[in-house]
Design a protein around this ligand. Structure first.
Ligand code: KIV
Length: 271
């Protein structure tokens, strides 16, 4: 955790400074006001309004169905809570690929309607024109390489990416292209730790990993996974800090029992 008094507001420049200092960056996802407030008060540097909302909030099996309007709703809820963290919002599938003007318009909507601090896009060379156009409007962009869940139908599986020379080479080239274009940071998802280490040492911008080993500048996890709210998803890289699903179910069962037995409400809990 960073020294709160040192940084009253985390900006892209602060992240750059943290990389230079060798201080790791902690990033988590949030999709609503209450959770975002807890994360911000706990001192996390970056909050990602991820399109993983499609999975953990809406119950879809992929991130593809979530819409721009839905992402803006989640992002606006998060922004109402956050005072200190940098808030990055995912551009959802179909709002930036193959059309840089649409990419810019989608990003402007996220910045204007939600009040976000930055946007995140999945992909390298193939979306460079979109990235260039968004950056030309002064909107900070975070890249995302490796396992890019919006391309799940191309990959066919969620297994670790860039294990062969060709894909690893493309990932390194893409990372350099994103840095040269002006991205302030890149997420590397589910790739070999040695490859993430190489990218992190070659690039000046902060590299955030998820399933990319320890030799990166920071880590990100999906909040519902690390709190143990999601139950079935357990990849090797996921560390569960809590078993909240059991705690929530235990509390709900106790409530049901109290209601049935008329133990709730008691004399002090009525008017
Ligand atoms: O949508 C998301 O939560 C993400 C993280 C897995 C990095 O992109």
């Amino acid at each position: 955790m960073t020294d709160v008094s040192r940084y009253s507001k985390i900006t892209t420049h602060v992240l750059q400074e943290l990389k230079l200092r060798g201080e790791k960056i902690a990033m988590l996802t949030a999709y609503d006001y209450s959770m975002a407030q807890l994360l911000d008060e706990s001192g996390v540097e970056v909050i990602l309004v991820g399109d993983s909302a499609s999975n953990v909030m809406a119950g879809h099996t992929t991130t593809l169905p979530i819409t721009l309007d839905q992402m803006i709703y989640h992002a606006a809820s998060v922004m109402r809570a956050v005072k200190r963290a940098l808030v990055v919002v995912d551009l959802p599938f179909g709002t930036y690929q193959g059309n840089s003007i649409e990419a810019l318009n989608s990003s402007i909507r996220i910045m204007k309607e939600a009040g976000a601090n930055a946007v995140k896009l999945e992909g390298g060379k193939e979306i460079l024109e979109s990235i260039d156009r968004i950056l030309s409007a002064g909107i900070p962009v975070m890249g995302h390489l490796g396992l890019t869940p919006q391309s799940i139908h191309k990959f066919g599986t969620y297994i670790v990416r860039a294990t062969d020379k060709e894909e690893a080479g493309k990932l390194i080239d893409d990372a350099h292209l994103l840095e040269e274009a002006g991205c302030f940071s890149i997420i590397l998802e589910k790739i070999p730790a040695s490859l993430a280490k190489k990218v992190t040492s070659e690039l000046k911008i902060p590299i955030i990993g998820i399933g990319a080993g320890p030799h990166v500048d920071g880590q990100v996890l999906v909040l519902h996974d690390m709190l143990g709210i999601t139950q079935k998803f357990s990849p090797r890289f996921l560390r569960r800090y809590h078993n909240l699903s059991e705690e929530i179910k235990g509390s709900v069962k106790a409530y049901i029992s109290d209601v049935k037995s008329v133990d709730f409400p008691n004399e002090r809990e009525q008017y």
